[in-house]
Design a protein around this ligand. Structure first.
Ligand code: ZN
Length: 329
């Protein structure tokens, strides 16, 4: 029988390499965005604005018609390019999920000596394309294309109606910060990142479910440092039945991993976030929790998981007041 230590080490090492994959994926997406994805759209938007200008002296309806026609071209390109990007992201995430399947199957043989029923490619696909914020991964990205397209139209038309400079209108769509493009880029990164991390988690759960109960629980493990968020602090060290509890990722850029536990075994002894935080100097505690919450934490009357509600959302200071009015005075 394997040492629980080895399951833990493997899970943490794998977590690190999945994070590395994730960073690589985000870099590849950013490169595609800069090289072709948004370049083509930007070019068409500028053409649309310029065409509208040339029509300037004509009656408003004619100018409007020209803009509409040009914006239809922008729409087509935006949807095409973003859907193409969605396909590339999906393929990469699916590839990683298949790797995770192979890795889990090999690990279960090596560590437990159990051979599990193979998780088919079709099953992996279903696990990857599962609900993500209420929609399938593919749907979500198509929705993003539609949303981006509508925003572009609104900004261009509003800018033309207000008779703004061409560059000013274009910048609202294409600038690096606070523009339509920057919002879409942030959304793509968030979707890709969540899809990567949660697909890996789902494949793990699916593999453990096939062990006939030999792996029956898992332990949520957070990386312990100042970047750990209250949600993950609260989940850290908690044990759930396989297939029944929350699975990483808890939020954007979550670095948590699920550590499989053998039936009948005790969860590995690890420093909990609470213990780690207790050992930190006051200044660090204040930094992480905020001064008021840090004071509550130091009072020793609360566990770290009392700082979030039952959905893992951090409590506001007002909600905290309800916990102990004296401490907040
Ligand atoms: Zn986390």
């Amino acid at each position: 029988m394997a040492e629980p230590e080895s399951l833990r080490d493997r899970a943490i090492q794998r977590g690190i390499s999945v994070q590395r994959f994730n960073r690589g994926l985000l870099r590849r997406i950013a490169e595609r965005e800069n090289e072709k994805l948004f370049k083509a759209i930007e070019k068409r938007i500028k053409l649309a604005i310029r065409a509208a200008r040339r029509r300037g002296p004509l009656v408003a309806t004619e100018r409007n018609q020209t803009v509409q026609q040009r914006l239809n071209v922008v729409s087509r390109i935006t949807r095409n390019r973003l859907n193409q990007e969605a396909g590339e992201i999906y393929d990469e995430v699916l590839e990683l999920a298949k790797q995770e399947r192979d890795r889990q199957e090999a690990m279960l043989i090596a560590v437990l000596g159990v051979k599990i029923k193979h998780i088919t490619d079709a099953e992996v696909e279903r696990l990857v394309d599962r609900h993500f914020n209420g929609a399938m991964l593919g749907q979500w990205l198509r929705h993003l294309a539609t949303q981006t397209d509508e925003k572009i139209r609104r900004k261009v038309q509003a800018g033309l109606s207000a008779d703004e400079e061409d560059e000013v209108i274009a910048a609202r769509v294409t600038d690096d910060r606070r523009s339509v493009f920057s919002e879409t880029k942030a959304a793509i990164a968030a979707i890709a990142s969540s899809a990567t991390l949660s697909s890996v988690s789902r494949v793990q759960q699916a593999a453990w479910l096939k062990t006939d109960g030999q792996i029956d629980r898992y332990m949520w493990t957070a990386i312990l440092d100042h970047r750990t968020c209250p949600t993950c602090m609260a989940l850290d060290g908690k044990v759930f039945d396989v297939g029944r509890g929350p699975i990483p990722t808890a939020h954007l850029l979550c670095r948590c991993v699920a550590i499989p536990l053998l039936a009948g075994s005790e969860p590995p002894e690890v420093t909990s976030y609470s213990e780690w935080l207790t050992d930190q100097p006051e200044s660090i505690q204040n930094d992480i929790l905020g001064e008021t919450k840090a004071r509550l934490f130091r009072s020793g009357k609360f566990e770290i998981d009392e700082f979030v509600d039952n959905k893992g959302t951090p409590l506001s200071l007002d909600e905290m007041r309800g916990l102990d009015p004296d401490l907040m005075a």
